[in-house]
Design a protein around this ligand. Structure first.
Ligand code: CO
Length: 652
């Protein structure tokens, strides 16, 4: 365990528990301390980039649960005063935990809903044991969606309170709840298949008989890990960055830089998950509206798990706690919210040299080790792990791991399985996709960068290409925001190079990093669909915009029940120049999820991500200086041995 000193607060540090309580009490006083005031978010308001002397400030999103009015407030914590208040009638912040509880109680008490349940042959005991899953509703233009703050409740059956309810959906029964009025507005009851009769559990008692051939796997770092953590400043070999937990975005990395010959070279000012959407691809009444914006509609940071040593992360682990508001203005500490550790990841590089004489062959190699910074958030049925990896060759990567329980649907035995796939008897998983938008505020060797789209293309046939074998890398600048919105092209090896043209590397070229997509997928919802317009970011893999302090969330600040066209489509309308500019990249990770039987009853981790690699940022392999353990550097074969063992291969 690395000891955590408590140095002075850095401007990019998250709010402490004391600061959260202080900010919310200052805001509450300003409003006259009403009993109906709730806090959805109280977070450090980071100073605008380039501003060094800013007061310590907090931003808050509040809701009055009686009127439903949302208010944003900014507090100067140094002065102890509210500096701005903005009322936002009509916008919907994420639902409060207490609103989820009240909505569930309202559904259970609703006579119409209970009647619909009993008409399906369910008795009072089954109704009371049922599990209600509340969903954001989106905005399809109904009066409920445009004028009320609502959630939709869908229902599942359980035999006991800790059953895996998702195995027994009561299909086609949806209760629409008004959160401000605290009542059911409508019960949607469509003719549907009856729920399956059996579920499948995944707790220890139901997974057996357990395999018995696993031997212990221990990870020992007898001298501790190779990183240091001072407050939120993390240093590992040449890398350094600041690590924090944001209530909405979750894990945030700030000021990622690399120390090179005693000089800290900036690479990325801020990297975070800026938004997420999970559109479902089934048109039936219980599924068409499922388009969860898990970040903007729920708040990934306030849903992160407390991680457990040896369970979530294995080895020599250092944890950082997270602190979020508890909705009444108090502070809630999430113990062990962020996990930091090192992992062996095989080879960094290797070459075996075959001497042409009796000396035989000789090998040089280095082990690769990476720094891992991670969190895991649970959003209802799904769990998402977010992993940032830093390597000894100057590369870094992001990987998201989706796990948990898939959304299910009751089906008839002869279901044609067009937009869903059978995972059990009369049970299907619904086709869906996961899109995650990562905001990468790049600063490769400084604030002025240009992004190039690089395709590998064959040269035209002709005198320059007489053997028809020649190919080249074609780099096209994304010169302004009219060119923003780029798509992957795997056959051209398309990637994006973020270069600083005002600097030259020792080879005379601009230093750069390249963003390389991982496996991804396009959005299947038609571009005319509501979701394609409310989550326009998900329609392309890369957007580039000019930095603007206020432009943080690519589907708008409040995506719950939002109007189409917010966020990125609005921003790029001004068509700002992006050449040698302070650019922000928004990279969309797409995951297709055609649900398999093997995803049930709990889904093995599905991975996706992207990588950033230096491109002329260094003038040689930066991993040359990694030492090789003595015992690895030796002659691996003597030519005489080779001849003795392989008499018929002596020509090789
Ligand atoms: Co999925």
């Amino acid at each position: 365990m690395v000891t955590q000193a408590t140095p002075r607060t850095h401007p990019l540090d998250p709010l402490s528990a004391d600061e959260i309580v202080r900010a919310s009490s200052i805001i509450s006083e300003q409003f006259g301390s009403p009993e109906s005031l709730r806090f959805l978010l109280v977070a450090a308001l980071e100073p605008a980039k380039g501003v060094s002397e800013a007061p310590r400030a907090a931003e808050a999103i509040c809701i009055n649960i009686d009127s439903g009015l949302t208010t944003e407030a900014v507090v100067d914590l140094d002065a102890g005063a509210v500096t701005s208040i903005t009322e936002l009638p009509g916008v919907q912040p994420p639902a409060l935990f207490e609103e989820y509880e009240r909505a569930e109680a309202a559904i259970r008490a609703d006579a119409g809903w209970r009647t619909a349940m009993s008409l399906r042959g369910l008795n009072d005991q089954q109704i009371d044991l049922s599990f209600i899953h509340l969903w954001p509703t989106g905005n399809f233009g109904s009066r409920w969606e445009t004028e009320h703050r609502i959630l939709k409740g869908i229902v599942y059956l359980r035999d006991e309170p800790d059953d895996n309810a998702y195995g027994r959906p009561v299909e086609g029964l949806i209760a629409v709840v008004d959160l401000a009025a605290n009542r059911v507005l409508e019960v949607i009851d469509a003719p549907s298949p009856v729920p399956p009769v059996t579920s499948l559990r995944f707790d220890h008692d139901h997974g057996g008989p357990h395999r018995e051939d696993l031997k212990p796997l221990d990870i020992i770092q007898s001298e501790g890990p190779s990183f240091t953590l001072e407050g939120h400043l993390l240093r590992w070999q040449q890398w350094q960055m600041r690590v924090s937990l944001h209530p909405r975005e979750g894990l945030v990395l700030h000021q990622i830089g690399y120390e090179d010959n005693g000089q800290l070279r900036p690479i990325c000012y801020r990297a975070s998950l800026a938004e997420m959407v999970v559109p479902y691809g089934d048109a039936s009444v219980g599924h068409y509206f499922k388009n969860a914006f898990d970040s903007g509609e729920c708040g990934i940071g306030r849903l992160v798990n407390s991680l457990e040593l040896g369970c979530d992360c294995l080895g020599e682990i250092t944890y950082l706690d997270g602190v979020v508001t508890d909705e009444r203005g108090g502070a809630r500490t999430i113990k062990n919210a962020i996990c930091i550790h090192e992992e062996d990841v095989g080879l960094l590089w290797k070459h075996t040299y075959r001497h042409p004489d009796e000396r035989g062959s000789q090998s040089w190699l280095r082990r690769s080790r990476r720094l891992v910074i991670s969190t895991i958030a649970t959003v209802d049925n799904y769990d998402y792990g977010f992993y940032w990896y830093f390597y000894q060759d100057g590369a870094w990567e992001h990987e998201v791991k989706a796990t948990g329980i898939v959304q299910t649907m009751a089906i008839e035995d002869d279901d044609p399985q067009v937009t869903r796939h059978k995972i059990g008897q009369r049970l299907a998983g619904v086709h869906h996709q996961h899109f995650l938008s990562y905001r990468l505020d790049m600063e490769v060797d400084g604030r002025q960068n240009t992004v190039f789209e690089v395709d590998t293309v064959p040269l035209p046939l002709g005198p320059e290409n007489p053997y028809h074998n020649a190919f080249t890398a074609q780099a096209t600048p994304i010169a302004d925001e009219s060119l923003s919105g780029r798509e992957v092209n795997a056959s051209a090896g398309r990637h994006w190079r973020i270069a600083n043209d005002s600097v030259r590397n020792p080879l005379g070229e601009p230093p750069a990093y390249v963003l390389t997509p991982g496996a991804t997928v396009s959005m299947m919802a038609d571009e005319q669909s509501i979701i394609a317009q409310r989550a326009a970011f998900a329609r392309k893999q890369l957007w580039v915009t000019a930095y603007d302090f206020a432009q943080r969330y690519p589907a708008g600040d409040y995506p719950a029940q939002s109007e189409p066209g917010l966020g990125i489509p609005e921003w790029i309308d001004s068509n700002r120049s992006l050449e040698q500019a302070d650019v922000v990249l928004w990279y969309t990770v797409g995951m297709n999820h055609l649900v398999r039987p093997e995803d049930w009853p709990v889904m093995p981790v599905q991975r996706a991500g992207f990588s950033l690699k230096p491109w002329g940022f260094f003038d040689r392999n930066p991993g040359l200086d990694v030492p090789q353990p003595d015992h690895c550097e030796h002659d691996i074969e003597r030519r005489t041995d080779l001849q003795a063992h392989h008499p018929h291969n002596s020509h090789s």
